[in-house]
Design a protein. Structure first.
Length: 269
């Protein structure tokens, strides 16, 4: 199910990846709980907060139906770079869109590390998302902790490498960049709020200065959970959540914190 167009750009973005932690039934139950939260949440209903969930692929059609009625959305944790053909076991962005998905995660550190994906492959997948009307959620992040300047340099290079490849194949669209320092993924704690804010301020300015990307934003992922959004600079447009949002009540807390931050600081779209 597709959502009605919202004339105003969202002021914050909250996404959740369920990875492969939940099976089909658990994924559907989770989406029902999230839909109930979203339906009752003023900031989600007004469009101030853009909320999406990336479930396991078999649950996508039902998740799209459930969340779509509540003003939230869904997508895929990966896509193939071609829309159809002799690619056994792969699923293209066209099919994800047919199943009701509106987002496609590309470039996650696990895809890079386990499956050997590089900026060229991720660029092809990003192009596939664009041409099928999906918003790519492009994951970038440095391998080891260093300086803010080093992180910005590494991540802007990744962004440019992917988007240049994608834009060589067709028109670009809006992009959500998820800054996920690889050393923070799965860690007990996220990167420090000051570090996150400084890196994303640089990445956001770079991203939105690129052709066709003025409506794009950078959010933070990597052991993000309740309490973090309240400590971040307004340049950080939101969070890309994993295990710390697999409890729907924790996600509700994060949505409440995000809405309160928007009210307190008057974050512009």
């Amino acid at each position: 199910m597709s959502l009605p167009a919202n004339p105003a750009a969202p002021k914050a973005t909250i996404g959740v990846s369920l990875k492969m932690y939940f099976g089909y039934a658990h994924s559907v139950d989770y989406c029902r709980d999230v839909a109930a939260i979203a339906f009752a949440h003023p900031a989600v209903q007004s469009g101030d907060i853009e909320l999406f969930v990336l479930p396991v692929l078999p649950a996508l059609p039902e998740a799209s139906r459930i969340l779509g009625t509540a003003g939230a959305a869904t997508g895929a944790q990966d896509i193939f770079w071609e829309d159809e053909g002799a690619f056994t076991g792969e699923v293209g962005a066209r099919t994800i869109a047919e199943l009701g998905g509106r987002y496609a995660e590309v470039g996650h550190a696990e895809r890079r590390r386990i499956f050997g994906e590089d900026d060229r492959v991720i660029g092809l997948k990003t192009a596939a998302a664009y041409r099928n009307g999906l918003t790519p959620v492009l994951c970038v992040g440095e391998l080891q902790q260093g300086s803010v300047e080093e992180a910005i340099a590494r991540c802007t290079a990744e962004i440019d490498g992917v988007l240049n490849r994608a834009q060589s194949l067709g028109p670009a669209g809006r992009t959500i960049v998820a800054y996920e320092p690889q050393w923070a993924i799965g860690a007990p704690e996220p990167a420090s709020p000051g570090y996150i804010s400084a890196v994303i301020t640089g990445l956001d300015a770079h991203l939105r200065g690129l052709p066709g990307q003025h409506n794009s934003r950078v959010i933070y992922g990597g052991s993000a959970g309740p309490g973090l959004i309240t400590q971040l600079d307004p340049a950080v447009a939101g969070l890309f959540l994993g295990r710390f949002a697999h409890d729907p009540q924790a996600l509700k807390t994060i949505l409440d914190e995000t809405a309160a931050r928007l009210t307190a600081v008057g974050v512009p779209a």
